[in-house]
Design a protein around this ligand. Structure first.
Ligand code: PHE
Length: 341
């Protein structure tokens, strides 16, 4: 029996040496340490031996089992190491390969300009007031002194819906009435940003959709000087230079008097160039003192309240800020353009 155990140990160790994967190790374990293995059988056979031999066989069987178990553990560890080394060899990472570039998004140039506009007006006490893009004819035209068949409507023809009197707003001025009706009789200082729509002959200067920022101040003792001061200061803050401004008499049905504001061309400094069409000035917005009828439609008594309003085009301002030649770039979604800002 003892001899059998020694042989079994030798054979086991020899067989183990040749194994190189987990599967084979499991089989080996069944063969040399399983129920039917020589070692385990030795424990059974042992019971029938005399008191002389029994402890010897028992001791030896235990030693052989421990030796086989220890050898298996050792082999298993080296098999694991070998598998790992193999994997490192074949699945090797080439750290010199260039990585995948991360595409970073950014704010649209018009959004960037809008945020600068919000900040400037916030510093002057103007809140942002959001107003709808789908409007009624009344808010967009009639309440702003443009009754049906008024010629000014033709200049800003727009998109009509199949529902009578429901249109896409042609300007943010429609929001003036919403703001007044909400705040009346409190004083107002708001800017109203958003998309507007017009049926345009699309060209480098005109798009059928564009952003506007409307401004509205209503209160007691508000004068045209307040309008001039606010807007001149705005221009200086936006263009970050001691830019000169001028107001030209103009006409809007919903303001009286009305004015367009120009800034001195900062490309040529007023000398005259291609950008300012050799006038030395660039038009940036329309404005005026709120017409009494408009105040009345908003719920205010024009004998007590006055106000001023203005409307500017952030695309236009962005074009001036970055010397962009074609307004159609803004909504074309061409990354080669957008990534420059
Ligand atoms: N709504 C005018 C436009 O679309 C701009 C404007 C706004 C003029 C407010 C005067 C007062 O051109």
């Amino acid at each position: 029996m003892l001899e059998q155990l020694d042989q079994n140990l030798k054979a086991g160790l020899a067989a183990l040496e040749k194994l190189s994967d987990e599967e084979a190790l499991l089989q080996w374990r069944a063969e040399y340490l399983g129920k039917r293995s020589t070692v385990m059988e030795a424990f059974t056979v042992m019971r029938d031996l005399g008191p002389e031999e029994r402890p010897k066989v028992g001791k030896r069987a235990n030693e052989v089992r421990q030796a086989l178990e220890a050898a298996l553990e050792e082999r298993r560890e080296s098999v694991r190491q070998a598998v790992l080394l193999q994997a490192l060899e074949t699945d090797r990472l080439d750290v010199t390969l260039p990585g995948r570039p991360q595409t970073l998004g950014r704010l649209h140039p018009v959004t960037q300009t809008l945020r600068r506009i919000y900040k400037i007006f916030a510093e002057m006490g103007f809140q942002v007031y959001r107003s709808r893009e789908v409007e009624s004819d009344d808010y967009n035209f009639t309440f702003l002194n443009m009754p049906p068949h008024h010629p000014a409507r033709d200049m800003v023809d727009t998109f009509y819906t199949s529902q009578g009197g429901v249109i896409l707003r042609t300007h943010t001025s429609a929001g003036q009435i919403h703001a007044m009706r909400e705040y009346c009789p409190e004083p107002i200082r708001v800017i109203l940003p958003g998309m507007c729509y017009r049926f345009e002959q699309i060209s480098a200067r005109y798009e059928m959709q564009f952003t506007q920022v409307e401004g509205l101040a209503v209160g007691r003792d508000i004068t045209f000087s307040d309008l001039k001061g606010t807007l001149s200061d705005f221009a200086r803050r936006l263009f970050r230079v001691e830019v000169r401004t001028r107001f030209r008499a103009s006409h809007f049905p919903f303001t009286e008097p009305s004015a367009e504001m120009d800034i001195e061309c900062f490309i040529c400094g007023g000398e005259g160039c291609g950008v300012c069409k050799h006038t030395g000035w660039l038009e940036i917005l329309g404005s005026g003192v709120v017409h009494p009828n408009v105040l009345r439609h908003g719920g205010y008594d024009p004998a007590e309240f006055t106000g001023f309003a203005f409307g500017m085009g952030p695309e236009r301002l962005t074009m001036l800020l970055h010397q962009i030649g074609d307004i159609r770039n803004f909504w074309r979604n061409d990354l080669r353009f957008l990534e420059q800002f």
